[in-house]
Design a protein around this ligand. Structure first.
Ligand code: PAF
Length: 284
């Protein structure tokens, strides 16, 4: 049996008409914003929507404003045909929103959104442009589709907190729903960037999650947050990562320094193998 191809719309006008059609079916509308190169992690986000009985819209847009000039915008995998087939066969999507670049950022585009709070430090120390780009594109995507809810993966944990903050601050009428990180058998978090890794690098990458688990065990056993984080940082280098951008334990909601051990905490890390940068995080 071949799956029905999914409708793909490329202009805001066509999107609004298609979403109105979905709404007319009487189901809630959910959304999964993506940059394509879809893997099982993205599919799991759509399943969360299906469990809520929703019609689901996936956006596929490699957003130029969240990449710095030296980053991988040019080589970021673009696999729209395969993505559409994957969504159709998984049965998690009713409509694909794949805007043209000029539809998203028309000539003269001049608006920016700066989210403070949870965007401070961590990713921002290494990718200062990143959350500005994410904030503007996510605000646009949410306002274009106007779903009842949008599902974002916890793999990008700081991004999730920044989006929650922005949606609350700007009264965007969309519920932000977190989706748990999907992992390979050795614990490596699924990511479109894993495709850049060769076999040797892939082995090293699997250590990232094991180190986070070690750090969590140390904190639970009473070790100080500073010691446990420093231990994890060294372990990543020993495991073969070429550079560790950060390994930190932070307040799970505000991402401020973890001063109160009684509050929910999160360990977050970013490290590079060659030119490939991987991130991961877990609840402490
Ligand atoms: O997490 C991503 O894939 C992107 O940052 C997002 C949220 C789709 C915005 O471009």
């Amino acid at each position: 049996m071949t799956d029905q191809p999914l409708p793909i719309v490329r202009t805001v006008a066509a999107l609004r008409e298609a979403v109105a059609g979905l709404r007319a079916q009487g189901r809630p509308v959910g959304m999964v914003p993506t940059m394509g190169a879809l893997h099982d992690g993205h599919i799991s986000l759509g399943r969360i929507g299906r469990e809520r009985g929703a019609a689901m819209v996936y956006s596929i847009f490699v957003n130029p404003t969240q990449f710095a000039p030296h980053e991988d915008f040019g080589r970021y995998p673009r696999t729209e045909t395969a993505d559409a087939e994957r969504l159709a066969s998984a049965g998690v999507c009713d409509l694909i929103w794949a805007p043209n670049g000029h539809e998203m950022y028309p000539a003269g585009f001049a608006t920016s959104i700066a989210v403070g709070g949870p965007s401070a430090a961590l990713e921002t120390d290494f990718r200062p442009h990143f959350f500005g780009g994410v904030a503007i594109v996510v605000a646009k995507l949410l306002l274009q589709v106007l779903p009842d809810f949008a599902v974002f993966g916890e793999k990008d944990y700081q991004q999730l907190q920044v989006i929650k903050r922005m949606v609350a601050d700007l009264n965007i009428p969309v519920e932000v729903v977190p989706g748990p990180t999907q992992r390979e058998a050795d614990g490596l978090a699924l990511s479109s960037r894993n495709a850049y890794l060769d076999a040797g690098q892939r082995k090293i990458a699997g250590q990232l999650n094991l180190v986070l688990k070690d750090v969590i065990a140390r904190v639970r056993n009473g070790e100080s947050i500073e010691h446990a984080a420093a231990f994890g940082f060294g372990e990543l280098l020993a495991a073969g990562f070429d550079k560790v951008d950060y390994l930190e334990i932070r307040d799970a909601e505000t991402l401020a320094h973890a001063e109160d051990r009684a509050r929910p905490l999160r360990v977050l890390a970013a490290a590079k193998i060659g030119a490939t940068r991987l991130i991961d995080n877990m609840a402490v």
